[in-house]
Design a protein around this ligand. Sequence first.
Ligand SMILES: C=C(O[C@@H]1C=C(C(=O)O)C=C[C@H]1O)C(=O)O
Length: 91
Amino acid sequence: MPEQQGTLDFRTDRARIDQLDQSIIALLRQRLEISRSIQQRRTETGGARIAEGREEAVIGRYRDALGGTGGALAETLLRLCRGTEPGRTRP
Ligand SMILES: C=C(O[C@@H]1C=C(C(=O)O)C=C[C@H]1O)C(=O)O
């Protein structure tokens, strides 16, 4: 029996959410690859991995669009793109 609440059936909307999540994950992987490429090229030429001013701009973009939680999401996204999470070698 499908999961229902009263007469509501969430299957169609949940299928759309699942599709959107797959698209978001694919976009995140693209972003991660480009971000790490920039970081690698910078460190290989003696620069710092992190560009704080640029990160502030990225966080501000998400905060402006989505509020404080959006800013927190951007901070998590930047940690993902740095690839420096302890104990993780892959995204
Ligand atoms: C990708 C860059 O390098 C780092 C990663 C960033 C990102 O993932 O958006 C932003 C700033 C840097 O800390 C960059 O400088 O643009």
